[in-house]
Write a protein that binds this ligand. Structure first.
Ligand code: ZN
Length: 132
């Protein structure tokens, strides 16, 4: 059974619990990203692709997404809310609802480019070499 189905059935508890659940949709906080309000919205039914959703599920998801995004945008410091589909952790189709806060772009994050951060620097060198 996939991670999302375990959450739907109550066999896995996400941080903060399940915020919303109806007959078609479940919403919970992202399990492995520590950004407040970073939510996961999934259909209750285990489907692995957007095109496998029924029209009723798509309409319900769209309406709930609209409400959730509007609520997240009322949080002070949230500048934008991104909606993504990645499917890296589980194949159960789901949307990531990612509030991007002002503080995320407040600085250049100079620590990222310090010499001690050799992995980032190596990646940037590789990218530079591949593009040329
Ligand atoms: Zn599932």
């Amino acid at each position: 059974m996939c991670l999302t189905c375990r959450i739907v059935e109550g066999n896995k508890m996400p941080p903060g619990g399940v915020f919303f659940k109806d007959n078609e949709v479940v919403i919970h906080h992202c399990i492995d990203v520590n950004i407040p309000g970073y939510l996961i919205l999934s259909p209750i039914r285990h489907v692995t692709a957007y095109q496998d959703l029924t029209q009723a599920e798509i309409v319900n998801i769209a309406m709930i997404l609209k409400e959730v995004v509007a609520i997240l945008q009322q949080i002070p410091d949230v500048e934008k809310v991104y909606i993504l589909h990645l499917a890296e952790e589980t194949l159960h189709f789901h949307f990531h609802i990612f509030p991007r806060y002002y503080w995320m772009l407040d600085s250049l994050n100079a620590e990222l480019f310090q010499m001690e951060n050799w992995m980032v620097l190596n990646c940037l060198v590789i990218i530079g070499e591949k593009i040329r």
